[in-house]
Design a protein around this ligand. Structure first.
Ligand SMILES: *Cc1c(COP(=O)(O)O)cnc(C)c1O
Length: 423
C-alpha cells in the first residue's frame, strides 16, 4: 500500500504511545511553525497582512501561543475562545471576533479586550449600540448569496446563515459611518476546505470590488479586507497541498490591478484560517482493540467519533495508517470503527488495510484541526489528551485526558442511590 506520509517518524509515535495512554492527539510544533512562516511569506508583499488563526480549529493555548509567536492573531467566535486568547496574552488588534447569532455578553468581552468585531448581521448594529456602544473599528461579513458558488462543506452562500446581503452591507456601512465608526473592515468566507487557490483570489477580487464601490458611493474607506479561512488540506493521498504562493501572488495581482490605481492603497489583507494551520500537523493515535467479521469486516480501535467526528458527521475522508505496516499489502477492505452505539462511528469505510492485530497502533491522519475540538461526551466517552512534539523532539502533554470524575462532575447524585432494584 502506498501510504500518505505522516508528520512524524514511526519512532516518535511509538514513543508517545508508550508514554501516554491511547487514544490521544499528537501535534507537530515544527510543522505548525514552518507552515505559518510559509503563509506569512506568501503575503509579505502586503505590509499589513496577518493571519488570524481560527481558534475553534484547535483551541489549545499552547497552539495559539505558538502561532502568535509566528505573528498570527486569533480569530474567535465565542466567549470561551476570547478568554483563551486573552490568557495567551493576546488583545486589541490581535483578536478578530467573527461570531454569529452573538450574545451581548460575548460582544462585551470582545469590547473589553479591544478585539476587532466582525459583524454578522445588520440587526446587530443597534444591538451593539445598545449593549457596548459603537466601536471605533468595525468589520462586516458579506454573504454574496447567489452571486457566488460555495463548496461542499460550507454549502451554497445563499443557504448559509452568515453575513449581510449586498444591500444590507451598503446600508450597514452608512449606519456605522454616521454612528461614528472610524475604521472599517470587510470580510467574507465562502469556502471551507477548498484546494483550488484561484477560489481565494476570486474572493479577494470580489472584496476589492466592494471596497472600491464603498469608497465611491459611500465615502467609506475600508482599511482591511479579511478573506476568511477555508484553505483546504490534502486529506486524500492523491491530493496536493495548496501552494500559498499561488494565492499570495494572485491576490497581489488583483491588488495591483484594482486597488492601487484608484488610490486605495494601503489596504491590509487578512486571513483567518484554521484547518490549513494545524490540520496536517496533528494525528489521532489509537490502538486496535478488536477485529470483527460478519457481513463486512471491521477493525475496532480505542478511539471513536468523540475524538474525531468529521468522518461520521460529513463522510469526510481521513487517511488511516497501521504503524509499521505502511508498506504491507492490504488483505482486504475494512470499516475502522469506534465503540459508540451509533453506526456512523466509523473513521473509514471499505478501506484496504493490511492484517492487524490487537495492540497495533492505528494513526488517523490530518486530525490537527476540527478534531479534538469537535469532541463530545455522548455514550460517556471522554475527551482524549493532546500531546505536542516539541521542536527538540520532547513530548509535552498540553491537555490531559478527561477522567470519569470530570464526566460526573456536573451531575447531582443527591437523593438518588435508593432505587429498589430487583425487589
Ligand atoms: C471555521 C471558520 C474559520 C476557519 O475555517 P477553516 O476551514 O478551518 O480554515 C474561519 N472563519 C470563520 C468565520 C469560521 O467560521
Amino acid at each position: 500500500m502506498s501510504d500518505k506520509p505522516l508528520p512524524f517518524s514511526v519512532d516518535v509515535i511509538r514513543r508517545a504511545a508508550s508514554e501516554f495512554e491511547t487514544p490521544f492527539h499528537l501535534y507537530d510544533e515544527r510543522g505548525i511553525r514552518e507552515n505559518a512562516r510559509r503563509l506569512n511569506s506568501a503575503f509579505a508583499w502586503n505590509p499589513g497582512f496577518r493571519e488570524y488563526f481560527a481558534v475553534k480549529a484547535t483551541p489549545n493555548p499552547h497552539i495559539v501561543q505558538m502561532l502568535a509567536e509566528e505573528g498570527c492573531g486569533a480569530d474567535c467566535s465565542s466567549l470561551a475562545e476570547l478568554i483563551l486568547s486573552e490568557r495567551v496574552g493576546l488583545g486589541g488588534r490581535d483578536i478578530m471576533f467573527t461570531s454569529n447569532n452573538t450574545l451581548a455578553e460575548d460582544y462585551a468581552k470582545a469590547d473589553e479586550l479591544g478585539a476587532v468585531i466582525n459583524l454578522d448581521d445588520i440587526s446587530h448594529l443597534p444591538y451593539l449600540a445598545e449593549n457596548i456602544g459603537m466601536p471605533e473599528t468595525l468589520c462586516f461579513r458579506y454573504n454574496p448569496g447567489p452571486l457566488r458558488e460555495g463548496n461542499v462543506i460550507i454549502g451554497k452562500p445563499e443557504e448559509a446563515k452568515y453575513g449581510f446581503t449586498r444591500e444590507q452591507l451598503f446600508e450597514g456601512y452608512r449606519i456605522a459611518r454616521d454612528g461614528g465608526v472610524k475604521y472599517f473592515g470587510l470580510h467574507a468566507m465562502v469556502a471551507s476546505n477548498e484546494l483550488d487557490p484561484s477560489f481565494f483570489v476570486e474572493t479577494a477580487r470580489m472584496l476589492f470590488e466592494l471596497v472600491i464601490q464603498l469608497a465611491e458611493s459611500h465615502d467609506v474607506r475600508v482599511s482591511f479586507v479579511n478573506l476568511g479561512g477555508g484553505i483546504g488540506i490534502p486529506y486524500r493521498p492523491e491530493q496536493t497541498a495548496v501552494d500559498y504562493e499561488v494565492i499570495g501572488d494572485g491576490v497581489r495581482q488583483a491588488y495591483d490591478e484594482m486597488i492601487v490605481p484608484v488610490g486605495l492603497d494601503p489596504l491590509d489583507v487578512l486571513t483567518e484560517n484554521g484547518r490549513c494551520m494545524t490540520g496536517p500537523y496533528g494525528v489521532l493515535v489509537s490502538k486496535v482493540v478488536h477485529a470483527k467479521d460478519i457481513y463486512k469486516k471491521y477493525v475496532g480501535v480505542d478511539a471513536c467519533m468523540a475524538n474525531l467526528m468529521r468522518p461520521g458527521m460529513y463522510g469526510a475522508y481521513h487517511h488511516v495508517s497501521v504503524l509499521g505496516k505502511e508498506d504491507a499489502a492490504p488483505i482486504g477492505e475494512f470499516d475502522v470503527v469506534g465503540s459508540l452505539c451509533e453506526n456512523n462511528d466509523k473513521f473509514a469505510i471499505d478501506r484496504p488495510l493490511p492484517a492487524t492485530e490487537r495492540g497495533d497502533i492505528v494513526v488517523i491522519h490530518d486530525a490537527g484541526a476540527h478534531g479534538h475540538s469537535m469532541g463530545f461526551q455522548y455514550n460517556g466517552k471522554l475527551r482524549s489528551a493532546e500531546i505536542l512534539v516539541r521542536e527538540d523532539g520532547s513530548l509535552q502533554e498540553i491537555r490531559r485526558a478527561e477522567t470519569l470524575d470530570d464526566y460526573f462532575s456536573t451531575l447531582d447524585f443527591s437523593g438518588v442511590g435508593t432505587a429498589a432494584v430487583g425487589q
